[in-house]
Structures are given as C-alpha cells and as structure tokens.
Design a protein around this ligand. Structure first.
Ligand code: GLC
Length: 455
C-alpha cells in the first residue's frame, strides 16, 4: 500500500524529472509532463509556476536552480518582445520560456505573451520574480548576487512599469483582463485583488532589496509613497464582513464631492443575493476587485491567502478569512484544496464576462475550479494564523486524491470532485505546491521566506 511518505518521495522524483537544463545547468521546470495531451506551451517553464518548484527546492536546501533561474530570466528582460510592431516595454518579465536547439546550439526562447492564447501580458511574472528573489536572498544570504548592478537595475525596471503614471485615480495598479494565474477573460480587469496583493508584496520586498544609494533614491521614494497609499486603499476599501456589508447595503448613491462615504459609487443593488446568506457572522475577506461603480464580490484565493501571509490583512482580518474558510469549507475546499475563486459565473453573466469561454464554463478551470497548487497557500495562511488544524485537514484531503489521480492541474464541479475536463496530469506546480505544503509543516520557520511584519 502507498503511504504519504511514498507520495512525498514520488513528488520529489517527478519534480526532479521536470527540470529544464540549459548548457548543462538546471534553470527551471516544465509546467506539465502529461504524456497524453498535446503539449501546447506546457513544455515551457512558466515564471509563476516555477515559484512553487523554487520554494520547494529552497526549503529542501537546493538553491542552485533558483539562482540560475533568477539570472537567466533577468537576462530575458533585455529581449524586446513585440506584437506586430508594438513593443510593450523593457520591464516586462516573460510569462514562460523554453530551450530550443538550432544548428546544435542551445537558445532560450522567452514568451512575453506574444505566443500566449489571446496575447495576455503576464503582469504577475515580474511581481513574483521580486518576491522569489527576496526569498532566495533570505535563504542563502547571497548578497553579492543581489548587489550586482544588473539585479538592482532589473528590480527597478519592473517597478518602473508598475509605478508609471497613467490615467489612474487609485493607488492600485490598473491592468487588463487575465494578466495573472487566471490568464483568460474572467472579469478580472481594472484592479483585481490578486495583482494588487502581489504588487503590495513586491513593493515591500523591493524596500528590502534595493540598496539605499543615490542611484536608487528616487525609486525607493516612489516605492514608499505608493506602498503607503496602496496599503491604506486595500485595507480600507476591499475589506468585506457583515458590518461592512451593512454599510454598503445602506450606501447612498451618486454622492458628489471629496468626503463621501460611498467613494466608488457602489449601488446596494449590486450586492449579489448569494452573499448575504453565505457570509458567516465571524467571517470576512477582501473583495475580488474595486473600480468605479463596481465591487466584485467574488472570493479569490491567491489574493486572500497572500494578504494573510504578507500581513496586508490585520491579525483580526486574517482570523476572519480563516473563519470563512472553516465555515464555508465545502464551498471553498470541498474535495480538493482549494477553489481558485467563488462562486462561478453562470448563465448570461458567464456569456458576457468570459465571452462564452468553453474552458471556463461554470465550476471549471478558472471559473470556480479547484486547484491543488493552492494547497500550499491554505497551509501557509493557516500556519501564520495559528490554525494548524485547518492545514492538516487540507493536506489530508489533498493526499487522498493526489495519490490516485496523478497530480492533475485542476478539478471541476461545485465541490471539486471531478478531475478537470482539460486538466493535464503530472502538473508540476501541483507537485511543487504539495511539497511546499509538506515542507512548511515539517519546518514552520520556512514561512519567513514569504512573510512580512505587520506595519
Ligand atoms: C494555464 C494557467 C496559468 C499557468 C499555465 C501553466 O495557462 O491559467 O496560470 O501558469 O497554465 O501551468
């Protein structure tokens, strides 16, 4: 009989097998090793997916592949992506890359979204890159890498893209639809929580990573300013609990002027009917999005869990988010930890918001599917809030399925009981996410690689 010990060693064997080598050196991991399905771009190393492999390797004392990855992806910043004759800008980090052979030589080919379905820009890549660089430096103390001119410059290039003044009235970053883990149209444009929390974490990490010298002074100044207003904005306006919901419900509309309660002109009628019954007395969460006249009340996992881990959410709010998960367990965790977002878009809303996307039908894939890669986030958030029983419960549930299902990419159905319709098997970040969750349990101090203090 297979045991969970076997499962961990199977996961390590698979993770090692997924490594991509360049000139004989490990530099990344492929997204999936599914022998059955057409590879599409799953044979590439995705930056966001690699974060999980990287954390697993770091926590297991193998930083070399992470260093190589950081060096090689940084060099890709100088590639000039182009769509038709348009160039998106020098601070963009690739979504993914692969090694190609030409005339017996190896080349690294990066994709900044020019090849991706619907040509989506991977805005999260640069943010994750900074977060990972901090974790690597924290783990290895490799200050000499961090102090290299190219690295200091690379951080600043990413930040410049994020901090540039566009037509924005809010400190949150204005982004197009599908610019992160959800890389298809899903109504996650404008100011999605997922990007804003990564933005916050990347700004906090940059404060630690940028050398306090004259060359960096103006960038550090902008980082500090933006961080203060971004933090205030997210804490003040994205938070939802029963009290806040009552306020929104009684909001006046069409208020003019500076000091109004209903800052963004949210109409009470836009509160979805499911929410008033669903929200527990002691639960709360950060809303999925906030824009003019628009509050997206969906629950998004990466944003909420990362808000806990990075201390964007206060201690009390973090407890409320964990209360919500505990009390709405079958909706948010079900048979596989855990849902990417809740609830799914259905009917006419699905037609309009996703553009009739057949991969994102209700309760599938990005539209309310369950993603095993998210296991590590529940475990990390549970550790941070001292709710270990939830971490253990989540791992136990995941292990039962992962043991028999060959590490699928995602699960479908209201409670995540079905293997995703188009899910790959042997999906690397499913494997990496599981290993990170297990490493965190056996050595809780690893959590520090991703945490920040309350400020
Ligand atoms: C899908 C996911 C994306 C992921 C990629 C590789 O495109 O939407 O988040 O990075 O697969 O696993």
């Amino acid at each position: 009989m297979r045991t969970t010990n076997n499962l961990v060693s199977e996961a390590w064997t698979l993770l090692e097998k997924s490594i991509i080598y360049y000139h004989g050196r490990p530099i990344g991991t492929v997204a999936a090793m599914d022998p059955g399905l057409n590879a599409l771009n799953y044979d590439q190393c995705f930056v966001r997916d690699f974060v999980l492999s990287a954390l697993a390797f770091l926590m297991n004392g193998k930083p070399e592949i992470v260093r190589n990855f950081l060096v090689e992806t940084l060099a890709m910043q100088s590639h000039e992506p182009q769509i038709d004759s348009f160039k998106p800008g020098p601070g963009l980090m690739p979504a993914s890359f692969k090694v190609e052979f030409q005339d017996g030589e190896e080349y690294l080919i990066a994709d900044f979204g020019e090849h991706a379905i619907a040509k989506v820009p991977p805005i999260d890549s640069g943010l994750w890159w900074i977060i990972l660089l901090r974790a690597y430096v924290k783990f290895t103390d490799d200050i000499s890498l961090l102090h290299q001119r190219e690295f200091q410059q690379g951080i600043k290039l990413i930040l410049q893209m994020c901090l540039v003044h566009r037509f924005a009235m809010y400190p949150t970053m204005l982004v197009p639809d599908g610019s992160f883990m959800i890389d298809r149209r899903m109504g996650v444009y404008e100011h999605p929580l997922e990007i804003q929390v990564l933005f916050y974490a990347a700004l906090r990490a940059s404060k630690e990573l940028l050398l306090p010298n004259e060359e960096n002074a103006s960038c550090i100044h902008s980082v500090n300013q933006r961080l203060a207003s971004l933090t205030y904005h997210l804490r003040e306006y994205y938070w939802i609990d029963l009290n806040r919901l009552n306020e929104i419900y009684r909001f006046k509309g069409d208020e003019f002027g500076k000091e109004v309660a209903n800052r963004f002109n949210i109409y009470a009628n836009s509160i979805p009917t499911w929410l008033t019954e669903w929200l527990p007395d002691t639960g709360g969460y950060l809303a999925g999005n906030l824009g003019p006249g628009r509050m997206d009340f969906r629950f998004f996992t990466v944003g909420n869990m990362m808000a806990i881990i990075t201390s964007l959410a206060s201690e009390q709010e973090s407890q409320s988010i964990m209360n919500l998960i505990e009390q709405r367990w079958s909706d948010l965790v079900g048979y596989m930890p855990m849902k990417i977002c809740f609830p799914a878009l259905e009917g006419m809303e699905w037609r309009i918001v996703t553009g009739c996307d057949p991969k994102n039908i209700p309760w599938s894939y990005h539209n309310g599917g369950n993603w095993p890669v998210l296991l590590w986030l529940v475990v990390a958030a549970a550790q941070k809030t001292n709710r270990l029983e939830l971490a253990h419960k989540a791992i136990e549930i995941a292990e039962i399925r992962l043991m028999q299902d060959k590490w699928p990419e995602y699960y479908d159905g209201k409670n995540g009981r079905l293997i995703g319709k188009q899910a790959r098997i042997y999906q690397t970040w499913t494997i990496g996410g599981y290993l990170v969750a297990k490493e965190l349990i056996s050595n809780p101090s690893h959590l520090e690689l991703l945490c920040f203090d309350f400020e």
